[in-house]
Design a protein around this ligand. Sequence first.
Ligand SMILES: [Zn+2]
Length: 420
Amino acid sequence: MSHSEDVEACLPAFAGSFYVAATVAGSRARASVLRTAHGPICCPVFMPVGTQASVKSLAPDELRALDVQIVLANTYHLSMRPGPEVVARLGGLHRFMAWDRPILTDSGGFQIFSLGHLSLLTDDGVLFRSHIDGSRHFLSPERAMEIQEQLGADIIMALDECIPHTADRSYQKLAMERTHAWASRCQRAQRRSDQLLFGIVQGGMEQELRHDSALYLSEMDFPGYGIGGLSVGETKAVTYEMIEACTEVLPEVKPRYLMGVGSPEDLLEGIDRGIDMFDCVLPTRIARNGALFTRTGRLNIRNAANTLADEPIEPDCHCYTCTNFSRAYLRHLFKADELLGLRLASIHNLHFLLDLVRGARQAILDGRFPAYKRDFLGAYRSTDQAVRIAQKERWLAAVRVTSKQGSGSAHGKRVASTQK
Ligand SMILES: [Zn+2]
């Protein structure tokens, strides 16, 4: 069942859009199928990110060769350039980017909150400046829905308020309640019946708030749920606790999407805790720095040790890169700044994560998921937590959002420091 096109034929008839095919005793892991307007998706699934309606350096036929089932596109970037009206006039995102399989778009909120473009936040929505030309724009729940309907993805996300992991409890609660109110407005504003609208669980790093948020949104009966605001600088132990607080409450009969999380260990830990969908820029971003996934950890292809290495990145990897090229050739491409190096590295890294998640799905179906997870994690040396948090802190340093009125204020007005 590796090709989603083949899945429909094997499926028992089911009325809803989500079907759980197998579960695992002593775990929340499940193998499932999510039906969308552009075909079914076998879950758990990893979704490559095509920020600008393009998975960086790869063409759609290469994504199909990797058996990518669904890609994510960023509403913020596409609404700034070329604009949702342009995409709509050109037939929608599928036709525009020549991708006939499912697409998911985010709401656009995360980039506004995390990249420091925010000018003013009220209960109505967010006022922000374009990172391209500084022009002012307003994003409300209604506008987020309108833009995503123009883009035409199969799965669309409600607008949520994303906050730093260091925000205090009173602000976490305020942001969560605003997220709930916005989720309700998104539901009311939805016009297209061929798009699945997912609500997003927030609640910061507080188990009780995560629980409350999952419960509140469950009662709103969305066709699926995102879990937002995780892997933003907190420890992995906290990330996993928060996932559990959400998945123990979210309905079994709906897909659960852990937003922006995708290191190999996070994928397996997330699946074990009941996550069905993941997206992350990690495989393609680190590929462009010459960092390649292997079963034992990350490999830096630029290292001198690879100068004469005639073997592939991984001998038993079936990706196009590993079946054709040596580590030495890849190192040469990176040292010479050749574009092909970025492409071949991206292909391998995407294949690695897609294959890891496909393998997890098959292991769930075969009743051997605990051993699959144990074997992988036993051999894989994850990037040291201290290094990982330092990397994330540098990223957060670029987050220029500061609280003007202090956390917990009634209207949570926040102003980007660049505006001061
Ligand atoms: Zn490979």
